[in-house]
Design a binder for this molecule. Structure first.
Ligand code: HEC
Length: 257
């Protein structure tokens, strides 16, 4: 019995500590709050447009069909096929990439992953994606000249640089002292410094990143848009059912008295 209690406690404390470990290991406190809103239909429509234009050339969304997206986001088949589908796939098909994965391997040293579930599996979800899209900086030591603060060493180039502009990461050296009093300098990220301006203001660019983050959150769980309306149907059904049950009860018991 004691063993069982110990086991339960061990499991509980492990579960409780896991998110803390993930937080301290993964994001360095650089994850920004995105305020992405998956219920904002216009934001999702813009996010879809950016994704189709800037991301689908490398990243597939293999669980999402064009027809499903049209229905969920309130778009017509003509709108989707005319201005959102550039890959030549059919309306009822899933969102595959134009580029072959093998080419991706060759060009970037790494294939671009499918992003269907990224907003769900990344710690921070849409906030992570938002921060990632805002954290590319120039780094001549990287093969493509880009690095990313929340994903160090990422092999993806900053595909939105014309919108955001380019920036450099500024680090501060903090003098610290090791265990025996020996000085050990550490480099701590301080801020981004703009290098060249983009076509958008930083506020407008934030909105682009937010729209894409919201769109990928929707893609990760399309049912999230339906759950709300289903909730009301269930509540309505339950209250009707309760009413009928109450009528039946009064009907049965009226004979007993
Ligand atoms: C030129 C090809 C290319 C384009 C275009 C591109 N990416 Fe990427 N992306 C990559 C590659 C390659 C990786 C893998 C990076 C790595 O693992 O080092 C990646 C990784 C990612 C990741 C991290 C995924 C994970 O599971 O770690 C996200 C999120 C992402 N991209 C989002 C986007 C978004 C949003 C766009 C459009 C604005 C975009 N990408 C456009 C090539 C691309």
């Amino acid at each position: 019995m004691n063993k069982l209690i110990a086991l339960v406690f061990a499991t509980l404390s492990f579960v409780a500590s896991t998110p803390v470990l993930a937080a301290s290991g993964g994001d360095h406190g650089l994850i920004l709050q995105s305020d992405a809103n998956v219920n904002d239909r216009e934001s999702l429509q813009r996010g879809a447009k950016y994704f189709m234009n800037y991301c689908l050339s490398c990243h597939s969304l293999k669980y999402m069909r064009y027809s499903r997206m049209a229905e969920d986001l309130g778009l017509t088949e003509e709108e989707v096929m005319g201005s959102l589908n550039f890959t030549g796939t059919k309306f009822g098909e899933t969102m595959t990439v134009a580029m072959q994965q093998a080419d991706g391997d060759k060009w970037f040293g790494k294939a671009a992953p499918d992003l269907s579930l990224t907003a769900r599996v990344k710690h921070g979800g849409p906030d992570w994606i938002y921060s990632y899209l805002k954290s590319f900086y120039l780094d001549p030591s990287r093969p493509l000249g880009w690095n990313n603060l929340v994903f160090p060493g990422a092999s993806m180039p900053h595909v939105l640089w014309e919108l955001q502009g380019t920036q450099a990461a500024v680090y501060e050296s903090h003098a610290a002292h090791g265990p025996e009093g020996t000085p050990t300098g550490t480099q701590v990220f301080s801020h981004f410094e703009p290098v060249t301006a983009g076509s958008l203001s930083s506020k407008e660019y934030d909105q682009v990143a937010r729209d894409i983050a919201a769109f990928l959150e929707y893609v990760g769980e399309p049912a999230v848009l339906q759950r709300k309306s289903i909730g009301w149907v269930v509540l309505l059904f339950l209250s009707l059912f309760a009413f009928v049950a109450w009528l039946l009860k009064t009907e049965y018991w009226s004979d007993v008295h």
